[in-house]
Write a protein that binds this ligand. Structure first.
Ligand code: ADP
Ligand code: MG
Length: 318
């Protein structure tokens, strides 16, 4: 199966053409800048055996490779526009590529992003690199660096669900765990929420390496400390039922959540709730930004230790 027929048959679906002067098929894509906007660009690579197991379903991989990138745009408050795909595969088997493309386009359609180019090569392992380009009104991008003492810390959705799904993959999957498995295999980036938080959130990050670690990036970039109220942590019913003893640890330190963690003034709590309602995503206030450095936690109003797994990664910013 040749490279050109793979591109023609699987990666040349029609686009709406919005801003695309030249798409797939020439030496490079030509894209029209959107007036009044800045462009936001992110890249993520998924390597077989490192980021996903060898037998990961092709369609799920295609879906996931787009969503993990959309999650970076979401964290910046950007509106997705275009993407490129660099695909390396051992033999380019048509069945596999067809499934992969189906998942990729499903995620792209859902996220409102269009494939405008890429590269297709043979290699010993499957490697997928997606680069996404989005727009924000000039000056409106959300960054990690804007959190200030007194602000509330918020998390979207249900942290820990994806990490639970990863654990369950190796076990015999039960129906009741389906929601957890899906969150790992086919995460949906919080794109609408990120956009709705422009002008409201003072800092934002997408949680890919565990809530504590990624919140640690916000505190480090902003020069502040964070205190988490463990009683407020949203734990899904599915998570608590599958891992009653570990639910909280999975929510704090498990990876692959693709939720948004952000800060906002307590005065803007109603605006945050309204943004979440607009986006159709739940959000929960889980703590407060303080002066100082590092992360701490309260349970029942009293200070407690955070799990070492997450804490080690960010230390206390010394
Ligand atoms: P070149 O050799 O000039 O780099 P390629 O043969 O690699 O050209 O690519 C031909 C066209 O197909 C280009 O427009 C490229 O962007 C596009 N393309 C290649 N692989 C993919 C892919 N996996 N998905 C989308 N577009 C692709
Ligand atoms: Mg090429």
């Amino acid at each position: 199966m040749g490279e050109f027929s793979l591109i023609r048959d699987f990666f040349s679906r029609p686009t709406t053409g919005d801003g695309i002067v030249i798409g797939v098929g020439d030496d490079a894509a030509v894209l029209e800048p959107r007036p009044g906007c800045e462009q936001v660009i992110a890249t993520d690579t998924l390597v077989e055996g490192v980021h996903f197991p060898a037998l990961f379903d092709a369609s799920d991989l295609g879906f996931r490779s787009v969503q993990v990138n959309l999650s970076d745009l979401a964290a910046m408050g950007a509106e997705p526009a275009w993407m490129t795909l660099a695909l390396t595969h051992p033999d380019g088997a048509r069945d596999w590529v067809a499934g992969f493309a189906d998942g990729l386009y499903a995620a792209a359609t859902e996220g409102g992003i269009e494939l405008v180019g890429g590269d297709t090569t043979r290699g010993p392992n499957i490697v997928v690199t997606v680069t996404v380009i989005g727009h924000v009104p000039s000056g409106a991008a959300l960054a990690r660096s804007g959190a200030a003492a007194g602000e509330l810390i918020w998390i979207s959705g249900w942290p820990g669900n994806a990490a639970a799904g990863l654990r369950l993959q190796d076990a015999t999957p039960l129906d009741e765990h389906h929601e957890l498995l899906q969150r790992f295999r086919r995460p949906t980036a919080r794109v609408g929420l990120g956009r709705a938080l422009r002008g409201i959130a003072t800092s934002c990050i997408d949680v890919s390496d565990g809530l504590l670690q990624d919140l640690g990036h916000i505190t480090a970039a902003s020069g502040v400390a964070a205190q988490i109220d463990l009683d407020a942590l949203p734990l899904s019913a599915a998570l608590k039922s599958a891992f009653p003893a570990d639910a909280e640890t999975l929510a704090l330190t498990g990876g692959d959540d693709y939720e948004l963690c952000f800060t906002a003034s307590p005065r803007d709590a109603a605006l945050v709730s309204a943004a979440a309602t607009t986006a159709g995503t739940e959000v929960t206030a889980i703590g407060r930004i303080l002066d100082g450095t590092g992360l701490s936690a309260l349970r029942g109003g009293a200070p407690v230790e955070l799990p070492a797994g997450g804490f080690d990664h960010f230390g206390n910013a010394s």
